[in-house]
Design a protein around this ligand. Structure first.
Ligand code: NAD
Length: 422
């Protein structure tokens, strides 16, 4: 990605919640507690490669808050993973879970690695060795990872299997919930794979309900065609949206009449990216942003919507499927131009909500149907959108500030009631 990092991502994340904290008058020490993570675990571990050599890797697990429940958050495999990024992502998880009203805290993990450069066998050894290095820092009642950029259900299965083996035979059946986003075969939940993209679609539907727009009259551009971007694009196109431009790490493609998303998914599965997709025009990265569209959905990495890009964009709504895609400078540009933003902690909460369902199903060893999962997901997300809209009307603020305010209301109440030990 060619957009330079403008500032520390963690600093951006802190500024976002501090703005809402100012608005609703959150006092110390809650502000300071929420500014820094509770625990920062950094592990360095060796892995044997297929050619017999060893390579050292650095992995992170940042546990931001467990005031509302066990630490919860994904594990990212990407070359840019560093402490600053994981700290920001962990903090966003705390507010996301609080906003969704689920009894989970916030955490995030990652390994600095480009997974595309390693064989499946090597990746399995990285996952297992990382899990072993984390050891008792994770656990089904303590800290529960999930997939994120560069990781998938197969990796979560390996993580669970490694943890179960570390725990010993007597506990093996009780620890399935140490990780969510597993495959269905190993205790995953129906509907988890598509849950984040589905939640993004609900955000779009909610906005349509507010504005009177029709889904089948909207043009949409999407950055990222991985788990989140591809499921969102498929579901949105099934509802009649015209997905006109899609970009990923291999390139950007577009079709004025709308891309055939089903065919594109097959193409990406076979070719590893959107580049070269037939029946489409090749475009530049900057054209992804500058092509007029009703809705822009960033579903790749953070800091993609920069000030200069925002100035050149012609859209009415941004739904932050990715975490932290909008820089503070871009946010100001969008505010000046009246572009609405559905913030990440609301827009992409579908993943963690269904992860919560997976954890509940693992605890009870009873599994729910996909219809049941989707119904419960819709109820939780709709309530969160309603709460944000109501708080926004009270405070006269942006949707992001209102989302943080709702989350802070819930966090502050618990801190106030519990106090600080000892
Ligand atoms: P993924 O690894 O499945 O897909 C990432 C996508 O980003 C891919 O299409 C990749 O090509 C694209 N990408 C990577 N580098 C790029 C570049 N340089 N330029 C353009 N595109 C690039 O990851 P994902 O799980 O879909 O996650 C995407 C975003 O959604 C991340 O911000 C993640 O934190 C967030 N998110 C994911 C989940 C989840 O359940 N997976 C939940 C909440 C939020």
């Amino acid at each position: 990605m060619d957009a330079p990092r403008q500032r520390s991502l963690h600093q951006t994340a802190v500024e976002q919640f501090q703005r809402a904290a100012d608005l609703i008058g959150v006092v110390e020490p809650t502000r300071s507690i929420l500014t820094e993570p509770k625990n920062e675990v950094i592990v360095n571990f060796p892995v044997e490669l297929d050619d017999g050599t060893w390579e050292m890797f650095t992995g992170y697990r940042i546990q931001h808050s467990n005031i509302l429940g066990p630490f919860k958050g994904g594990i990212r495999f990407h070359p840019d993973v560093d402490l600053d990024e994981v700290k920001a992502l962990a903090q966003w998880m705390t507010f996301k879970c609080a906003l969704a009203g689920i009894p989970l805290g916030g955490a995030k993990g990652g390994v600095t690695i480009d997974p595309g450069n390693y064989s499946t066998a090597e990746l399995q050894r990285v996952v297992r060795r990382f899990t072993h290095a984390l050891g008792s820092n994770i656990g089904p009642e303590h800290d529960i990872p999930a997939p994120d950029v560069g990781t998938n259900s197969q990796m979560m299965d390996w993580l669970m299997d490694t943890y179960a083996n570390i725990c010993g035979p007597a506990n093996r059946q009780m620890v399935k919930g140490v990780v969510t986003g597993k495959s269905l075969a190993t205790g995953g939940s129906a509907g988890r794979e598509a849950a984040t993209g589905r939640g993004v679609l609900y955000a779009l539907r909610y906005w349509c309900g507010e504005t009177g727009e029709r889904l089948d009259s909207l043009s949409v551009s999407v950055q990222g065609f991985g788990n989140v971007g591809s499921h969102f694009a498929r579901l949105a196109s099934e509802e009649g949206c015209r997905i006109q431009v899609v970009g990923d790490h291999t390139g950007t493609i577009g079709a004025e009449k709308g891309l055939d998303i089903e065919a594109l998914s097959v193409w990406v599965a076979e070719h590893g990216g959107v580049a070269g997709f037939p029946d489409s025009d090749e475009m530049t990265t900057e054209e992804l942003f500058s092509t007029p569209a009703d809705v822009f959905v960033p579903a790749a990495l953070e800091n993609q919507l920069t000030g200069p890009r925002a100035t050149g964009m012609d859209c009415r709504l941004i739904i932050e499927a990715a975490n932290g895609p909008t820089t503070p400078e871009a946010e100001d540009v969008f505010a000046d131009r009246g572009v609405e933003i559905v913030p990440d902690i609301l827009a992409n909460a579908g993943g963690v909500v269904v992860s919560y369902f997976e954890w509940l199903q693992n605890k009870s060893a009873r599994y729910w149907s996909e219809e049941d999962v989707d119904e419960r997901l819709r109820t939780i997300l709709w309530d969160a959108h309603d709460a944000v809209v109501a708080r926004r009307a009270e405070l006269g603020c942006t949707r992001r500030e209102a989302a943080y305010a709702v989350a802070l209301d819930r966090l502050v109440e618990v801190y106030d009631r519990r106090g600080i030990f000892p």
